[in-house]
Design a protein around this ligand. Structure first.
Ligand code: AMP
Length: 127
C-alpha cells in the first residue's frame, strides 16, 4: 500500500513558506530548523523537502541525491551546534513513526538533541 502524505501538515506548510521557522541550515533537498518546544539545549529538526511521511518512506523511496543530502545536512547540523564528537559531547538522533512511534507531525523528521546528558533512551517500564 502506498504511503499517504498529508500536504497540510505543519512541516509541509513550513516548506511552502506559509509558517516561519528558525532555520539552522537549508540545502537543495533538506531543511534544518530549531524545534519550537526544545527538549534540550540543542534540539534541531532535520527534514527532507520531499513529501515523505516517515523514515521508512524516505529510506525506501527518496532518490540517492536526497538521501546523501539529508545525511550530510545532519552531519553539518551536528557540527554547527557543537554536539558532534569531533569536539562536542555527543547527541541523540530520534525519529518517531506512526501511532506506536508517537509521531505528531506526519512529515519525516530527525530530531537532533544534545547540549546536556539525555538519560536513557526509553524508561525501562515502557518495554
Ligand atoms: P514528533 O512527535 O516526532 O512528530 O515531533 C514533532 C516535533 O515538531 C515536536 O518536537 C514539536 O515541538 C515540533 N514542532 C511542531 N510544530 C513546530 C513548528 N511550527 N516549528 C518547529 N517545530 C515544531
Amino acid at each position: 500500500m502506498p504511503y499517504a502524505y498529508d500536504a497540510q501538515n505543519i512541516f509541509a506548510r513550513i516548506l511552502r513558506g506559509e509558517i516561519p521557522n528558525k532555520t539552522v541550515l537549508e540545502t537543495a533537498h533538506t531543511l534544518a530548523f530549531h524545534d519550537i518546544q526544545p527538549q534540550a539545549p540543542v534540539h534541531v529538526l532535520v527534514i527532507p523537502k520531499g513529501a515523505y511521511v516517515s523514515y521508512d518512506h524516505f529510506a525506501s523511496e527518496a532518490t540517492d541525491a536526497e538521501i546523501v543530502d539529508f545525511n550530510r545536512t545532519v552531519a553539518e547540523v551536528c557540527r554547527m551546534t557543537g554536539v558532534h564528537l569531533g569536539s562536542g559531547e555527543g547527541f541523540r538522533a530520534i525519529t518517531n513513526a506512526g501511532a506506536h512511534g508517537v509521531q505528531e507531525v506526519p512529515h519525516y523528521h530527525l530530531h537532533i538533541l544534545g547540549g546536556r546528558p539525555l538519560g536513557r533512551m526509553l524508561a525501562r517500564s515502557e518495554s
